[in-house]
Design a binder for this molecule. Sequence first.
Ligand SMILES: [Ca+2]
Length: 125
Amino acid sequence: MELKRMLAVGAVTVGALAGMAPTAMAHDAYDDIMICGGNGDKRCGYGGVTNSHTRVYSCDTNGDNGGFRTNYWLRDGRTGFVDDPNGSDSGCGAKVPGTAANPVVQFQVVWKATGGWVAKKPKPA
Ligand SMILES: [Ca+2]
């Protein structure tokens, strides 16, 4: 009897995790810019949207005195951006501008190159 109850509890827990994990991951969005370095094939930086369309991040990965930014659009039309505050040093920039009722619907990664900023086409979040 005791074993049966434990098995039943275990089955519920596994089922709940299996149902949640893929959903959370499927909603994350990512983009990067791959035109840096001497050969123009290294990653300048990357950004994306996580936490169910509420969190926006920006990571500068190339020490070129430029910066990296992620622009975002909320469902209600408001926009904003997140910069990596310390350039290519360890750590990224992040904000949580979205909510369940007003999520981030689109984002765009931008390499703030010293010779002129380069933006990729906006992507759905
Ligand atoms: Ca950084």
